[in-house]
Design a protein around this ligand. Structure first.
Ligand code: UDP
Length: 248
């Protein structure tokens, strides 16, 4: 395994954070929460942009295994349920690490909740060094705090890591005025300001993630993780994505 030595000149963003929801790792056929095929498909997209020389860190969610809010609704206290959710994200991070290494991409997992025998603890400067050396860094356990989400963790880490963009891989190719799967006439946006996302309550990322990105001037690119090659195209400034930010 080796770090790419050169950055493809077409690359628009040199260091990015990729936010993936846990559901992406669920098997379409098997229904398993962490499915080998889904892992491989997702990690191949990461490898494609790694091969372009992009510095990459990833925040993975845990919704395929455990969601704090739903568990809280069933009687587990919210903070405990959220800690369980954070542990779920570490499982996904370890699964991704294994899948990335299998296809030749060096990778480290850092957890916001220290667990020394499982992975590295989150240390900002170490994470930056890993990326400079061409390793993908996967951040597990979200922010390490209950009552937050992995969207907010992605916006936070994006700012800490000095990322040029936050890429949010979703089920569809951008931000729509309503869920396009349920409302075929929903409007698709090419670009939006942070303010528009908040004011129109567009369900793309939670409000704290949008605010944090706005404060730090980090653009959010929303694209479909299911379209093969979409991530690499977005990195070259091509392809289909909604860009949030830049308009205030
Ligand atoms: N979580 C948390 N603090 C964080 C990040 C996540 O408490 O900083 C918990 C929360 O319970 C959440 C769960 O971890 O429901 C899984 O994360 P999320 O729902 O963001 O995952 P995704 O929907 O992206 O798969």
């Amino acid at each position: 395994m080796h770090a790419p030595l050169t950055v493809d000149p077409r690359v628009k963003y040199k260091r990015i954070i990729l936010k993936l929801s846990g559901e992406l790792l669920r098997g379409e056929k098997s229904g398993d929460p962490i499915d080998a095929e889904a892992l491989e498909r997702t990690c191949k997209q990461v490898k494609e942009i790694h091969d372009l020389g992009v510095q990459i860190c990833v925040v993975i969610g845990g919704g395929n295994i455990f969601r704090g809010l739903s568990a809280a609704a069933q009687g587990i206290d919210r903070a405990t349920a959220d800690y369980m959710g954070m542990l779920a994200t570490v499982m996904n991070a370890l699964g991704m690490q294994a899948a990335l290494e299998r296809i030749g991409v060096a990778c480290r997992v850092q957890s916001a909740i220290p667990m020394a025998s499982v992975c590295e603890p989150y240390i900002r400067r170490v994470a930056i060094r890993h990326m400079e050396k061409g390793r993908v860094v996967i951040f597990g356990a979200g922010t390490g705090n209950p009552f937050f989400t992995t969207d907010t963790a992605a916006a936070l880490r994006a700012a800490e890591m000095g990322c040029d963009a936050l890429l949010k891989g979703t089920q569809v190719d951008g931000v729509y005025s309503a869920d396009p799967k349920k409302h075929p006439t929903a409007e698709r946006f090419e670009s939006l300001s942070y303010h528009e996302v908040l004011a129109r309550d567009l369900q793309v990322m939670d409000a704290s993630a949008i605010s944090l990105s706005r404060e730090n001037g980090i653009p959010i690119l929303v694209f479909s993780i299911h379209d093969k090659g979409a991530l690499a195209a977005v990195m070259r400034g091509e392809g289909r994505a909604t860009i949030i930010g830049g308009k205030g």
